[in-house]
Design a protein around this ligand. Structure first.
Ligand code: EPZ
Length: 416
C-alpha cells in the first residue's frame, strides 16, 4: 500500500501544469459508446479512475488504444451491455454507461453503484429520467435492468442538479426519437464540454451550459475528435497548497473561467491573483492567509470537491471560519485526520468551525477518499515536521503524479 512522506518545507514556488479533468474525461469516454465510429480524445489524465473505466470499456468489447494522453475508443464491436458490480464498486462513474448502452442497444444491465465514503450516492434521478424517456427499468439483484426499443423524447425536470444524471440523460436523449427538454440541469463546466462533444458527433442540442437543455434526437451519431478540458479541481488544489504554504506559483494549461468562485475565496483570503487565458498566478507575498467561510453548492457556487482542501487552508489561516458541506452527507472524514495534526476544528452536523493555527504538527494520517487525501497533503506541506499519509490509492484515483509535481514546486515529498 503506497504511502506518501511529507516534511513541511516552506512556501511552494514555481510553475505547475494541470492535466485534463477526470470528471470531464469520464463522460467523454462513456459517450464513445453512443457511436459505431471511433472517438479520438486528447489531454486524457493518467489517473486510476480513467484506467479502470477503460478496462471496463474493453471488457464490453470496445477497442481502446492509448499513447500518453492521447486515446482512441472504437465501440463498433461492443458485444455486451452487462456492467458488473466488481467494476462499478471501484468506479461509481461507470453509471455513465447506463444511458449510452440503453440508447444505442435498446438495453443495459448496469450494477447499482452503491455508496462510497462520502455518501449514499443515489442514482434515482438517472433512473427517473430514463423512465420518462420510455425505458422499462427493473432493479434486480443490485442491477439496473433497462430496456427500450427506442427511447422517446420527454420533458424532464431533475429534482437536484445532479452532474452525472444530467450527463446520462443528455447522452440518452441524443439518440432518442423526438425532442427532449431537460430542466434543472447541473451547470458544471464538464456538462457544457460534453454537450460540445455530442454536437461534434452529430447531436442537435441547444442550451449548453444553462439549466435547460433541449436535445433533438437523431438516428445515429458519428465519430469525432475532442480535447479533455483542464481539471479545475486539480487547479484549485495547487492554488490552495500555495496559499497554505505562503507561496507563489503559476498554474499552467488551465482555465480560470472554470473556478471563478474559488479564485474569489483565495483573494478574500489575502492572496494576489493574476489571470491569463490558460494560466493563474497566485502570490501570497509570504504572508499567512486570512480564514474564509465556505458554503458548498452546485456550480457556479463553491464546489464540494474543493471543500476539504479549503478546510486545510483554514486550519492554518488567521482567524476563525465556518465550512458548510451542503452536497454530500459524509464529506468531513478529513477532519479527524487534520485534528491529529493539531487542527482546531469543531463539527456541528454539516458545519465545521475552524480556528486557524499558526502551525500544524506533522503526524501519521490516513487518506479516506479522493479529496480528503488532497486536504491532508496541503496540511502536511504547511506543517512542522514529518507527515506520513497512508492509503494514497485514494489520491491516485484523481491526481496524476501529484507528488512529483509538488516536489518540482519545492515540496519535500516522497512516495514510499
Ligand atoms: C459528480 O458526482 C462528480 N463525479 C463528483 O466528484 C462531485 O463531487 C459531484 O458531481 C458534485 O459536484 C463525477 O463527475 C464523476 P451529483 P455525482 O449527482 O454526479 C444527489 C470527485 O471527487 N443525487 O451531482 O455523483 C446526491 O446525493 C467526485 O471527483 C440524488 O439525490 O454527484 C448529492 O447530494 C466526488 N440523486 C447531489 O445530488 C441522483 O440520482 C449531487 O450529486 C444523483 C445525485
Amino acid at each position: 500500500m503506497d504511502k506518501i512522506l511529507i516534511t513541511g518545507n516552506g512556501p511552494l514556488q514555481g510553475e505547475v501544469s494541470v492535466a485534463g479533468a477526470k470528471n470531464a474525461a469520464l463522460p467523454i469516454i462513456a459517450a464513445s459508446m453512443l457511436s459505431a465510429d471511433p472517438l479520438h480524445i486528447s489531454n486524457v489524465p493518467g489517473v486510476r479512475d480513467i484506467n479502470t473505466v477503460l478496462q471496463l470499456m474493453s471488457l464490453l468489447g470496445a477497442t481502446v488504444e492509448r499513447s500518453g494522453t492521447d486515446l482512441s475508443i472504437d465501440c463498433a464491436k461492443v458485444s455486451s451491455v452487462h456492467v458488473p458490480y466488481e467494476h462499478v464498486k471501484t468506479i461509481r462513474a461507470s453509471i455513465l454507461l447506463l444511458g449510452p448502452l440503453l440508447a444505442r442497444f435498446g438495453e443495459a444491465d448496469v450494477s447499482l453503484p452503491g455508496g462510497c465514503a462520502i455518501g449514499t450516492r443515489p442514482v434515482n434521478e438517472h433512473i427517473a429520467g430514463l423512465e420518462a424517456m420510455g425505458a422499462d427499468i427493473q432493479i434486480e439483484g443490485g442491477y439496473i435492468k433497462a430496456k427500450a426499443d427506442r427511447l422517446c423524447g420527454a420533458h424532464f425536470t431533475l429534482d437536484v442538479p445532479s452532474v452525472t444524471a444530467t450527463e446520462n440523460l443528455l447522452m440518452a436523449a441524443a439518440l432518442a426519437d423526438g425532442v427532449t427538454k431537460l430542466e434543472n440541469c447541473a451547470l458544471e463546466p464538464e456538462i457544457a464540454d460534453l454537450t460540445g462533444l455530442l454536437t461534434s458527433m452529430g447531436a442537435i442540442i441547444s442550451g449548453a451550459g444553462t439549466g435547460t437543455i433541449t436535445i433533438e434526437g437523431v438516428k445515429q451519431l458519428h465519430g469525432a475528435t475532442h480535447k479533455v478540458p483542464p481539471d479545475r479541481i486539480e487547479t484549485g488544489t495547487f492554488l490552495a497548497a500555495a496559499a497554505a504554504t505562503r507561496g507563489d506559483i503559476r498554474v499552467l494549461n488551465t482555465n480560470p473561467d472554470f473556478l471563478h468562485h474559488v479564485l474569489g475565496k483565495l483573494e478574500q483570503a489575502g492572496a494576489r491573483l493574476q489571470l491569463g487565458p490558460d494560466w493563474i498566478q497566485i502570490d501570497t507575498g509570504g504572508k499567512r492567509c486570512q480564514a474564509v467561510n465556505i458554503h458548498t453548492a452546485p456550480h457556479p457556487a463553491f464546489p464540494t470537491d474543493m471543500q476539504a482542501q479549503f478546510m486545510a487552508l483554514n486550519a492554518v489561516a488567521e482567524g476563525s471560519s465556518t465550512v458548510v458541506e451542503n452536497i454530500f452527507e459524509n464529506r468531513f472524514m478529513h477532519v479527524a485526520e487534520l485534528q491529529r495534526m493539531g487542527a482546531d476544528i469543531e463539527l456541528q452536523g454539516h458545519t465545521a468551525i475552524v480556528q486557524g493555527r499558526e502551525r500544524l504538527q506533522g503526524a501519521p494520517v490516513m487518506a479516506t477518499d479522493l479529496r480528503a487525501s488532497a486536504s491532508l497533503i496541503i496540511a502536511a506541506l504547511a506543517a512542522d515536521g514529518e507527515t506520513t499519509i497512508d492509503r494514497v490509492y485514494h489520491l491516485d484515483r484523481g491526481y496524476a503524479n501529484i507528488d512529483t509535481k509538488l516536489a518540482d514546486l519545492g515540496a519535500k515529498i516522497t512516495r514510499v
